[in-house]
Every structure is written in structure tokens, then in C-alpha cells.
Design a protein around this ligand. Structure first.
Ligand SMILES: Nc1ncnc2c1ncn2[C@@H]1O[C@H](COP(=O)(O)OS(=O)(=O)O)[C@@H](OP(=O)(O)O)[C@H]1O
Length: 328
């Protein structure tokens, strides 16, 4: 059994063991932190590496677990809200005026596994075992780096991806607002180069997406693969698929009563953005909730990327996804 990894309160918030590891890894300038490091094939912040190590050593999946996975800025907040509302709809009826989603940001209702390590929790497994059943948690960790018990248990995984052009723009704007103290701003053009080279948090983008995509094709019962743009275009049919995959399908009666539409409305960007908790509140990580709700528009990249940037990223994406059955 590996030793329990406990974060220390240093600049990077990582243990000496992790620091030693970092010194042996390739590094690049970071988006939010001074550096990102190439670990198990992915570019990560120091604390993210610590979280992956902890996850791989300590996490024991239950067959009933529901795991939501994303690369940052591709629909995480939305997916958390939808999964929470679906799974808990008998405990918390959608139309009730005291529904938790009206008073809490989805990040506070469905934790990231990574938060646990960031918060310096001494017992990663204990923290998650305190969640009510079924445990719903979220992660940005790539599929290949997932704890073995997630892969071998019967727990369900849902992945949402978003087109890379909008994901890049959303990431850069968000990063610009929440950069860690003392880390100088990353100019837009430089960030774009890094995205195209795969150097983003939990990137390369294509490897992260393809890891879950390939698994969803091999084991569709295990991994449901969703696309942000498809969900935006037809949220109701995707909610039914999501509910079925999670093991909480809508009944005919619920469908007739318009419960699916009501749930979609509760979790919609327009509704969530206007809630007091999301206008003025802070989430568990002390981030301002309002920064999680920007425009949520498909194709907003057109207002930021030049034609040559678009062409470059499209070519890169085409080459990376060639033959995979997935295109953007
Ligand atoms: N409910 C809902 N429905 C649809 N879209 C939503 C919703 N909530 C947030 N958003 C938009 O998602 C973008 C943020 O991505 P994430 O939630 O993955 O961010 S994070 O990784 O959790 O920080 C970010 O996209 P952009 O507006 O394009 O930047 C948010 O506005």
C-alpha cells in the first residue's frame, strides 16, 4: 500500500515527495501557476499531479458511483447540475422552491475528487466515502490516469466535451480572471500557441477527449460521451440519455408531466446565471461563482480568433482526430 500523500502548505501546496517528482518532469510555463509539468502524458499543475497520485493510490470505486469527467471549460458546471438534479429528483423535486440548485453552486453539490487534495484533506478516501449514496463526483483527470477501481468496477462514467475553439477561448478568459497571485498574465497569442501544442491544464485536449471517446466506443454501457453543442441543440433528448445511463431513467409519466423540460430549465445557463448564489457567492474552492457563467454561446470563438488562428487549430484538430470517428 502506497504511503498516504498529504499536501504541505508550501507555495505549490504539494508534499516533498511530489516536489521531488516534479524536479524530474518536463516543464513549461503555466496558465494559472508558474509552471505546468508533463506527467503520465498530460500537462498538469503541481497540485493536480498530487491529486492524480492520491487518486491512483487511494480511491476505491463503488459499483454505484457516478463519475463525471471533463477537460476544464467544456461544460463541467452544467453537467454537475444536470446529474445532481436527475439523481436526486425524488429527494429534491424539481419544481420545489427550496431545490438545492437554487441556493448552491453545482460545484458545491458535486465535488471534484481533486478538491479533496487541494484542501489538504488527510484522508482522501474518507472524504468521498462521506458523500451520500450514490456518490456523484467529478474529475478532470484523463481516462488513462483514472484509478484502476473506476475502470474495473461497474460504476458509470459520463464525459462531456466541447469544440476546441470555444474551449480555448473560455479557458483563456477564465484563466485571465483567476490567475494565482504573482503569476504574470499569459498573452492571448502565447496561450493559443500553447493550446495548439497541447500545453494546457490536463491537455493535450485531443488526448483527453480521445481517451474517453475510445472507451465510450468500446464500453458504451460504462462511458457515456456527450458533446456540449449537441446538448445545447437538443437538451431534452440528451437528458433522457443521461438519466438512463446514470440508472435513473425518466418514467413515461414524468415525461408526460414535462419533468424533463423542467429539469432542463432549472439547470439552464440563463436560470443559473441569475441566481443570487451564482451572482455573488463563492464556491468551495473560494472561486467567485459568477466567473463560471460567461456567455455559454456555441461559436463565440469567432469574436476572438483570427482566420489564421482558426485555420491552424482546425488543421491540428483534424489531424489529431483523423480515423477516430470523432470530428469538430
Ligand atoms: N448551465 C449551463 N449551461 C450551459 N453552459 C454553461 C452553464 N453553466 C456554465 N456554462 C458555460 O460553461 C463554460 C464553463 O465551463 P465549465 O463549467 O466546464 O468550467 S470549469 O471547468 O468548471 O471551471 C462557460 O462557457 P463560456 O461562457 O463560453 O466561457 C460557461 O458560461
Amino acid at each position: 500500500m502506497a504511503t498516504i500523500i498529504q499536501p504541505k502548505d508550501d507555495k505549490d501546496g504539494v508534499t516533498n515527495e511530489c516536489k521531488k517528482l516534479l524536479s524530474s518532469l518536463p516543464k513549461e510555463r503555466g496558465w494559472r501557476t508558474e509552471h505546468i509539468y508533463l506527467f503520465q502524458g498530460y500537462w498538469c499543475q503541481p497540485k493536480q499531479i498530487q491529486a492524480i497520485l492520491s487518486f491512483q493510490s487511494h480511491f476505491h470505486a463503488l459499483d454505484s458511483d457516478l463519475v463525471l469527467a471533463t477537460i476544464p471549460k467544456s461544460g463541467t458546471t452544467w453537467l454537475k447540475a444536470l446529474a445532481f438534479a436527475i439523481v436526486n429528483r425524488h429527494r429534491f423535486p424539481i419544481s420545489k422552491s427550496d431545490h438545492p440548485l437554487l441556493f448552491s453552486n453545482p460545484h458545491d453539490l458535486v465535488p471534484f475528487f481533486e478538491y479533496n487534495v487541494y484542501m489538504g484533506n488527510e484522508d482522501p478516501a474518507g472524504y468521498l466515502s462521506g458523500l451520500p449514496s450514490p456518490r456523484i463526483f467529478c474529475t478532470h483527470i484523463p481516462y488513462s490516469a483514472m484509478a484502476d477501481s473506476i475502470k474495473s468496477s461497474r460504476c458509470k462514467v459520463v464525459y462531456i466535451c466541447r469544440n476546441p475553439l470555444d474551449t480555448f477561448v473560455s479557458s483563456w478568459i477564465y484563466t485571465d480572471k483567476i490567475r494565482s497571485d504573482g503569476v504574470p498574465p499569459l498573452p492571448f497569442e502565447e496561450a493559443f500557441d500553447m493550446f495548439c501544442e497541447g500545453k494546457i491544464g490536463y491537455g493535450p485536449f485531443w488526448d483527453h477527449v480521445l481517451g474517453y471517446w475510445n472507451e465510450s466506443r468500446e464500453r458504451p454501457d460504462k462511458v457515456l460521451f456527450l458533446r456540449y453543442e449537441d446538448m445545447k441543440a437538443d437538451v431534452v433528448s440528451h437528458l433522457k440519455k443521461l438519466a438512463l445511463h446514470l440508472g435513473y431513467p425518466f418514467s413515461e409519466d414524468e415525461e408526460e408531466r414535462g419533468e424533463v423540460e423542467r429539469l432542463a430549465e432549472l439547470c439552464s445557463f440563463e436560470k443559473m446565471k441569475e441566481l443570487e448564489v451564482n451572482k455573488s457567492g463563492k464556491s468551495i474552492m473560494n472561486f467567485e461563482n459568477q466567473k463560471l457563467f460567461r456567455k455559454a454561446r456555441v461559436g463565440d470563438w469567432v469574436n476572438y480568433l483570427s482566420p489564421s488562428m482558426e485555420e491552424r487549430l482546425r488543421k491540428e484538430i483534424e489531424a489529431r482526430f483523423q480515423g477516430s470517428g470523432l470530428s469538430f
